[in-house]
Design a protein around this ligand. Structure first.
Ligand code: PEP
Length: 252
């Protein structure tokens, strides 16, 4: 049985006071025994402070990115060791905004995955097709290429302690989510791709859906057999929405 995950990607939002308010609102109404594991991923500069705010709560801390290199002359970069050092447990790698805006290749994302995994961080490894890919029937090809880059560098075993997030780019921040059936189809495809290398690992790997998840659509998405929770952008900045999405993680 795969325990669902609901992870909030705050992206480049928030201030110290807004973060404190959001964490207070979420923790004060946090369910005693939630079905899902809950993670928040603030911007780098706030990680330590948010980590302190989360200290007595069941919420876990994640970062939004990590360097592919362990240390050295990489101005502006943050290593997996540093993230571990300040209490991060999870890190998003390969978010489509980084793939597209920062031109991160499949190979770089795979190196980031490996760097995080090597230091005991749990990578939340994002994959997903652009609208043009979907419209030209290339969704599986694109997602397979992204997944294979990690499988080739780290092997299927590394996915046992990782999380995959299927995030169709056309659904991110657009208000237009994939239908539950569209999500299920790609999630099952990803699981089968891993199973081709190791069926046992494919069964335990959590695959989250991301892309315009909100309180009103979370339950139907999370009810799909291969959808193990969600990676939430915009709605993770609103305590009511985020808590309702967390509550929906018991839908399967
Ligand atoms: C995301 O950025 O990972 C995301 C899923 O964003 P949104 O929920 O806002 O579509």
């Amino acid at each position: 049985m795969r325990r669902p995950i609901v992870a909030g990607n705050w992206k480049m939002h928030g201030t110290r006071s807004e973060n404190a308010r959001l964490i207070e609102e979420i923790s004060s109404r946090y369910p005693a025994d939630p079905v899902a594991q809950c993670i928040v991923c603030p911007p780098y500069v706030y990680l330590q402070e948010v980590g302190r705010l989360l200290r007595d709560s069941a919420l876990l801390l994640g970062a939004q990115d990590v360097s592919a290199d362990p240390q050295g002359a990489f101005t502006g970069e943050v290593s997996a060791t540093m993230l571990k050092d300040i209490g991060c447990r999870y890190v998003i790698v390969g978010h489509s905004e980084r793939r597209l805006l920062c031109r991160e290749s499949d190979q770089l994302v795979a190196r980031k995955f490996a760097a995080a995994h090597a230091k005991g961080l749990v990578p939340i490894f994002c994959v997903g097709e652009q609208l043009a890919d979907r419209e030209t029937g290339r969704t599986r090809e694109v997602v397979a290429r992204q997944v294979d880059a990690v499988l080739e560098l780290s092997g299927a075993q590394a996915l046992a302690s990782a999380v995959i997030a299927y995030e169709p780019v056309w659904a991110i921040g657009t208000g237009r989510n994939a239908t539950p059936e569209q999500a299920q189809e790609v999630h099952a495809f990803i699981r089968a791709r891993i199973a081709a290398q190791d069926a046992t690992i494919a069964e335990v790997t959590r695959i989250l859906y991301g892309g315009s998840v909100k309180a009103s659509n979370a339950a139907e998405l999370f009810a799909m057999p291969d959808v193990d929770g969600g990676l939430i952008g915009g709605a993770s900045l609103k305590a009511d929405e985020f808590l309702a999405i967390l509550a929906a993680s018991g839908s399967r």
